[in-house]
Design a protein around this ligand. Sequence first.
Ligand SMILES: Cc1cc2nc3c(=O)[nH]c(=O)nc-3n(C[C@H](O)[C@H](O)[C@H](O)COP(=O)(O)OP(=O)(O)OC[C@H]3O[C@@H](n4cnc5c(N)ncnc54)[C@H](O)[C@@H]3O)c2cc1C
Length: 387
Amino acid sequence: MESQLPTADLLGFESLLAAHEREKLHDVRDFLGKEVSPYAVEWWNRAEFPSGILPKLASLNLSTPVQQGYSHLFSGLVIAELTRADTSIATFFMVHHDLFVEALHTFGSEEQKARLLQDAMDLRITGAFALTEPLHGSDVAGGMATTATRDGDSWVLNGAKRWIGNGTFCDYMLLWARDTATGAVRGFILDASLPGVTRTAIDNKIALRTVQNADITLTDVRVPEADRFAGIESFNDTRQLLLGSRILVGWQAVGQQLAAFDVARQYAVERHQFGRPIAGFQLVQDQLVTMMGNTTASLAVMARIAQLQEDGASDMVQAAFAKSFTTARMRETVALGRGILGGNGIVTDYAMAKIFADAEAVYTYEGSYEINSLIVGRALTGISAFA
Ligand SMILES: Cc1cc2nc3c(=O)[nH]c(=O)nc-3n(C[C@H](O)[C@H](O)[C@H](O)COP(=O)(O)OP(=O)(O)OC[C@H]3O[C@@H](n4cnc5c(N)ncnc54)[C@H](O)[C@@H]3O)c2cc1C
């Protein structure tokens, strides 16, 4: 019944999927409708991560879909669909699978894969991605202050990380630190239970409250050489990983807009003022059309990016454009949706307030809107405005 409702995917991008992918996407949608959407606001209000969801998410068998032979378009639409149901659950999923597990696939040694990969894919162990620091966010590539010092068969890590998603409960983190001998950035599979690691939840967030972000401190943490990603020689080696995850955040911006449209449209046809549904007012219709237009434009950009990925032709400038363009459209879309709900748009009981607030995190993480826009600006002008 629900699938017959008008949707913001007016041009039907989903129909570009292969039949088996479409069927799988519908299974995912059904699953999310039963297991995530009905509870998402409650989790968000309590700022608690529902760990009971892990075996259920694992049963979808959707860890790193492209590694399993699915298309990039399918992989993106899965993230959009997860986000449409709940941005926090989608973010958990992406940090674990598309950063931690993907890094194991790409950079892991045979021994590391044999030890960790299957358990990580099946969510028996969970991972995080620890890059940002308290004093270095946008400039972390050049400014990273966390250090790694080689000492015999191990490394000694010192420093601090901030905002690390899944950081309070994860078993492992892909942690980045600067080699004190060479200055190069190294990647480690950090066992989060090692002595010297402390993790403190970041409380009082106004977005993605269900995601457990943490401040991490590292004091003389000794990590065996066997837990270093030997394939990572410098920060540049992370580009492919970050390219993929930045593109998926563009898909999150699509999911946010699909969710905002779902909620606003439904509310507009049900809410009566001046004796008729507010959807009958021309201004409200125009707002819904603008929301749909933003979503469709974002979907079109992302679908083209997926084609480029399929051809092995996507690059960082395109990913930066996709992230900045779709998140700017998203910010307008969720604000329009919030307005359509009037006062009810500022209480989480109506779902829109959560969508509106979560957009702020999507706008800022994985390279802020401004930094991604400046990456495109640099490509357009040949002049860097930020480095
Ligand atoms: C909910 C959430 C989850 C996150 N999860 C993770 C995670 O799992 N792992 C992880 O490593 N990190 C994570 N992050 C961190 C995120 O990637 C950073 O917040 C982001 O890169 C921005 O860094 P910052 O917050 O330090 O802001 P800053 O870099 O201090 O920037 C502050 C403002 O200044 C602007 N600015 C900075 N430099 C320039 C410039 N040269 N020109 C113009 N404007 C500029 C920025 O765009 C921004 O508006 C998360 C963040 C959030 C909010």
